[in-house]
Design a protein around this ligand. Structure first.
Ligand code: ADP
Ligand code: MG
Length: 230
């Protein structure tokens, strides 16, 4: 990692700790992992309609809009994720809706590119009292909890460990070429797994990371939701 990126990743954590928070917002979490080279959505946080118009120029339709707050962990359960927004009208309505549902005076909305892909995965970091930082890999979205199809490794991960993890889940075949979808970029996926383990070793204060989902767009994995817990 470049020194500038190390400083950037540390600054995000320090800001949250200084404010007495134990969670980073999705946007902060992505800033943090982007500094490590993990691919994330293009996105802008907006607080008013003027900001929304500028964000649309930068991010481009189709969009996803979400509540942006370190206090809200499960956004879709509260109706705070709107996908496939295609017009300025829809974007403005979604903005007003999300802001009023959040009911926070300092609330913000995250405007991000919509990632198109049928395959949703998850990568996580947990700290075990005995083994220290452990990396988790599995199916993403609603399937994480329903199917409990996941593999684990203790950090640091060797390339070989990371490849094995991707093959150990029951659903491993969805990563191959299936039904006209290209095979997932396994080198990039493996890089993400190794990097998440490395973050756990670099930052004692990071208690948990949840990248869920990572959507495979074409063959490229992109993190569309991220949560870092301190
Ligand atoms: P939650 O806080 O509920 O986990 P997410 O940000 O994960 O919220 O969004 C819920 C679901 O919406 C995801 O599992 C995914 O299917 C879809 N989604 C979210 N963001 C995007 C995006 N940028 N592109 C495509 N789909 C998205
Ligand atoms: Mg999520």
């Amino acid at each position: 990692m470049k020194p500038r990126d190390v400083a950037q990743s540390r600054a995000v954590l320090e800001k949250a700790l200084y404010e007495g928070r134990s969670t980073l917002s999705e946007h902060e979490s992505k800033d943090f992992i982007r500094a490590y080279g993990i691919p994330v959505t293009r996105e802008v946080e907006v607080r008013n309609l003027q900001g929304l118009r500028e964000a649309i120029d930068e991010v481009r339709f189709p969009l996803v809009m979400k509540a942006s707050s370190p206090r809200i962990a499960h956004k879709s359960e509260h109706g705070l994720v709107r996908v496939d927004i295609r017009t300025l009208d829809e974007a403005q309505c979604s903005f007003q809706d999300i802001m009023s549902l959040m009911g926070e005076t300092d609330g913000a909305v995250l405007v991000q590119e919509m990632i198109l892909g049928a395959r949703e995965l998850m990568v996580g970091l947990v700290r075990d009292v005995q083994f220290g930082p452990c990396v988790m890999f599995g199916l993403g979205g609603i399937f994480t909890e329903v199917l409990k199809d996941a593999s684990f490794r203790v950090a640091p991960l060797e390339t070989r460990d990371a490849f094995e993890m991707t093959r150990e889940i029951r659903a491993a075949r969805i990563l191959e070429e299936v039904r006209g979808l290209p095979a997932a970029d396994m080198d990039e996926l493996v890089r993400i797994l190794i990097t998440v383990g490395q973050i756990g070793l670099d930052h004692e204060k990071v208690k948990e990371i949840d990248l869920n989902p990572i959507i495979i767009e074409g063959s490229r994995p992109v993190v569309v939701d991220a949560l870092v817990v301190l």
